[in-house]
Design a binder for this molecule. Structure first.
Ligand code: BGC
Length: 484
């Protein structure tokens, strides 16, 4: 990749090579070095993940990792029966779903869902506007319930609510918002019980429904995976945001409130988006992105790779290359929207990174569609593809280090550890996924890595929440599995 830098290139005709490409190559190489994650570094990062997880279980405020208690007592096992609803709120899109469960043999008899998107102004408005918006969509969806839905007369509808933000819980169906992340910012919600807010909005909409469980999307994903496979021990989200949870023994949780009943196991929401280790490679670009973000100083791990930010890291690096190393040489002016945050999305990065055509036609297409840049020389396209590759590789390898921290925390409790994963970054970005798996093998070795199985659980978090509503429903406690 650095071969174009040979000294003799000075004497070659430069027609197709934009002025400044050598500077661009050298800046790209510096970026590559600054983002490097050799396996020894990843080992230290995964060790830090493990120690911070342990510290976070000791007591609140001990660690950057909040290690939030979920109060999930029964993970679904397949025995559940009846009609349940799920509501999944975590990014711009939210999903409502309905599921008819038929027990061990018949499992999911029917599943219907609808996706809606939260208007961006509502993401920063008021509690009432946000929760009323959601409750209305849910009420409209409930109104489409068919006669085959088998709701027993007089029975209240029950809901599992996936709320994908850090929440401090004291029971499964209550929890105070610790902070907003991603693009949400409604100051008055912080410290409020979000279940109460949702329940009140449902009442305003005359929707007679009871929230049985409120869980993080990682926990929803874990529950969705566990319904089919009892080896599922962790849930991971690689989407707009990123986070992980896992099944922990309560004997390992010194901060468990002494006044509360203690099940044998529970699910811990790690909130790894806020993780940090001094070994993590970070660049000036990451600092700028953080400083200009909606929540500066927060979720710094997540900002290195999640779907919301990966595209913007690449955009910032391309802009830097254009401004400081004349990457776009022939172009007189740098396109003005190249300075606009988030115009380049992670989806675009994956298209460019995965472009295997000889002339990097997809790179050219993305650059033209988004920035109006026509006929970029191949050498420039290559640099852009390299930037995508460097950024994604760092992110995927950091995720692998995080996963290894969790695997070590679970330890020898299971012969095989399955991790249910959801999120478009993992699902659609093939090279990101491949890098992640490659790094897991590097870190764990072939044999141990084969015992860590990552299973895609598409849209599993909303379904998982509905399944958790079922497994904690008051109406058929006798159907519960004995243990998680
Ligand atoms: C939130 C987590 C969530 C993750 C994935 C993060 O920004 O803090 O609670 O699980 O995004 O949606």
């Amino acid at each position: 990749m650095g071969s174009d830098r040979s000294k003799s290139s000075k004497n070659k005709p430069r027609k197709m090579i934009p002025k400044g490409l050598e500077a661009a190559h050298s800046m790209r190489d510096k970026f590559r070095n600054a983002c490097a994650t050799p396996v020894e570094t990843l080992r230290k990062i995964s060790q830090d993940m493990l120690s911070q997880m342990e510290a976070g279980l000791q007591s609140d405020g001990e660690s950057r990792l909040r290690m939030l208690l979920s109060f999930v007592e029964h993970l679904p096992c397949g025995n559940e029966t009846g009609l349940f609803y799920g509501l999944d709120l975590g990014g711009t899109n939210f999903r409502v779903l309905r599921v008819q469960l038929g027990g061990k043999e018949k499992r999911i008899l029917k599943q219907e869902s609808k996706v809606d998107s939260i208007p961006s102004e509502i993401m920063t408005s008021t509690n009432e506007e946000l929760f009323d918006y959601i409750a209305r969509v849910l009420a409209d969806f409930v109104a489409t319930e068919g006669v085959d839905c088998n709701l027993i007369l007089g029975q209240k509808r029950e809901l599992g609510f996936t709320f994908s933000f850090p929440v401090s819980q004291e029971s499964l169906n209550s929890g105070k918002l610790v902070k907003w992340t991603k693009g949400f910012a409604i100051a008055e919600t912080i410290g409020q019980d979000v279940v109460k807010e949702l329940q009140a909005a449902m009442e305003r909409c005359k929707l007679d429904m009871h929230v049985i469980a409120m869980v993080n999307d990682t926990t929803g994903t874990l529950a969705g995976g566990r319904y089919w496979n009892e080896d599922v021990m962790a849930g991971l989200i690689l989407g707009t945001g990123s986070n992980a949870c896992y099944v922990e023994q309560t004997s390992e949780i010194p901060k468990w409130p002494p006044s509360l009943p203690k099940p044998e196991e529970t699910v811990i929401n790690i909130e790894w988006g806020h993780f940090w280790s001094p070994h993590i490679p970070k660049t000036e670009i990451d600092d700028d992105l953080d400083a200009e973000s909606v929540h500066p100083g927060q979720q710094v791990f997540e900002k290195l790779f999640s779907g919301m930010y990966l595209g913007d890291i690449v955009r910032r690096m391309i802009l830097k290359l254009a401004e400081q190393a004349c990457l776009l040489g022939g172009v007189t002016e740098i396109p003005s929207n190249m300075a606009t945050p988030f115009v380049l999305r992670t989806r675009d990065v994956s298209i460019m990174h995965e472009d295997e055509s000889e002339n990097l036609e997809n790179v050219a297409r993305v650059m033209e569609t988004i920035f109006g840049l026509k006929e970029l020389p191949l050498e420039v396209r290559k640099v852009i593809k390299d930037v995508c590759e460097i950024t994604a590789a760092r992110g995927a390898r950091l995720v692998a280090a995080g996963i290894v921290g969790i695997v070590r925390k679970i330890g020898g409790r299971k012969k095989k550890i399955c991790i249910a994963i959801d999120g478009s970054l993992y699902e659609h970005y093939t090279k990101f996924r491949a890098k992640l798996h490659e790094a897991l093998v590097e870190l764990l070795g072939q044999e141990a890595a084969a015992k860590v199985v990552i299973e895609l659980s598409k849209d599993g978090s909303g379904l998982g929440a509905a399944l958790l509503a079922a497994s904690h429903s008051k109406k058929d406690l006798e159907d519960k599995c004995d243990k998680q």
